[in-house]
Design a protein around this ligand. Structure first.
Ligand code: NAP
Length: 322
């Protein structure tokens, strides 16, 4: 393996240390950043995600609250909860854990969140601010990818960046962040022609498709930086062998556990790329990190405009120079 490993857990630890100081400063001024999570029903995966977000709040000394409406909750009930949280001065960030039950109008509920408290960065107002390069709250996963590039001093300005995937929560905001950081950005999707050739032209590849090991090593330009957002659980033995034939330790783990986590980029790409995020341990840890950063930022923007900043993560600097 020749690529430098872009370790998301290390960056998370560094940002957490910065955030802890920031939270202490804000709290001593009477402003304790607080996140409220709304977890509807009994989805075990959602419950696990929310639990880890609340644990992160506690680790940083932030306030946290959990509201758990029943799985039968209606759109009107959830809108009322969101309204209460919008009005609550101690709540800086509102997290509606998706997916919501099928009877709920998810878009309506997400759009009812006050954009100043929209720490997921999903609200159209925040997306609009991102489009026009104004300060706002940016979706956590793409903000985390940018932070990985910046903190590893990977040159973005003038680079050819290829983003694979155009979802509202990853691909589109990622492309906008890279464009504002002065990369030349190509966005690819399922109808893109000659995908391997497009990827071969990239200095920076961000893969966010949800297709296990789809991006082949020979698509990657030697020395390119690869950010692998994909998180795919492989349970098929033949698929595991296709992916990990050069990684006996991972194959052995698969044999013991019966499943393995893999990104959208074939693991062999690590022999060609200059730098690459591992899966797990690359982009994954950054998503919660940027949620915490967004919550602290939301507290500052709404309640603490006059207290000096100590950190840069997720701040307006994420938009880069334009
Ligand atoms: P999504 O909404 O399903 O979007 C997938 C995108 O990939 C779509 O734009 C789709 O194109 C494109 N695509 C699918 N097949 C393709 C192909 N063969 N060639 C080129 N493009 C193709 O997924 P998402 O929510 O953005 O998530 C993407 C991946 O990131 C998933 O694996 C997800 O689990 C992971 N993820 C990880 C984190 C984390 O914290 N690590 C956070 C969020 C997401 P069309 O638009 O044409 O359909």
């Amino acid at each position: 393996m020749t690529a430098r490993i872009l370790d998301g857990t290390k960056i998370r630890d560094a940002i957490f240390a910065e955030l802890k100081d920031e939270v202490a400063i804000l709290s001593s001024a009477g402003i304790r950043p607080g996140l409220a999570a709304v977890l509807v029903g009994e989805n075990p995966a959602s419950a696990m995600y929310v639990k880890s977000k609340i644990a992160a709040c506690q680790q940083l000394g932030m306030g946290s609250g959990l509201i758990t409406p029943a799985s039968s909750a209606s759109t009107a009930e959830l809108l009322a909860i969101v309204e209460d949280l919008n009005r609550d001065n101690d709540t800086d960030g509102i997290l509606i854990q998706v997916p919501l039950p099928s009877q709920v109008d998810t878009k309506r509920v997400l759009e009812a969140v006050d954009p100043a408290k929209d720490v997921d960065g999903f609200h159209p107002v925040n997306l609009g601010r991102l489009v026009s390069g104004r300060p706002g709250l940016v979706a956590c996963t793409p903000a985390g990818c940018l932070e990985i590039l910046r903190r590893n001093e990977i040159p973005i300005e003038g680079a050819n960046a290829v983003v694979l995937g155009r979802s509202d929560i990853v691909g589109k905001p990622m492309a906008l962040l890279l464009m504002h950081a002065n990369a030349t950005v190509t966005i690819c999707h399922s109808k893109t022609r000659d995908l391997p050739d497009v990827v071969r032209g990239a200095d920076i590849v961000v893969a966010a498709m949800g297709k296990a090991g789809f991006v082949q090593a020979d698509w990657i330009r030697a020395g390119a930086a690869v950010i692998d957002v994909g998180t795919n659980r492989v349970t098929d033995a033949r698929e595991a062998e296709r992916l990990f034939s050069n990684f006996p330790a991972r194959l052995e783990k698969f044999r013991v556990k019966g499943n393995v986590l893999v990104g959208d980029v074939h693991p062999d790409a690590a022999n060609v790329a200059g730098a690459i995020t591992p899966v797990p341990g690359g982009v994954g840890p950054m998503t919660i990190t940027m949620l915490m950063s967004n919550t602290v930022r939301a507290a500052r923007m709404r309640r603490a405009k006059t207290i000096p900043r100590t950190i840069s993560a997720g701040g307006p600097s994420s938009l880069g120079k334009r």
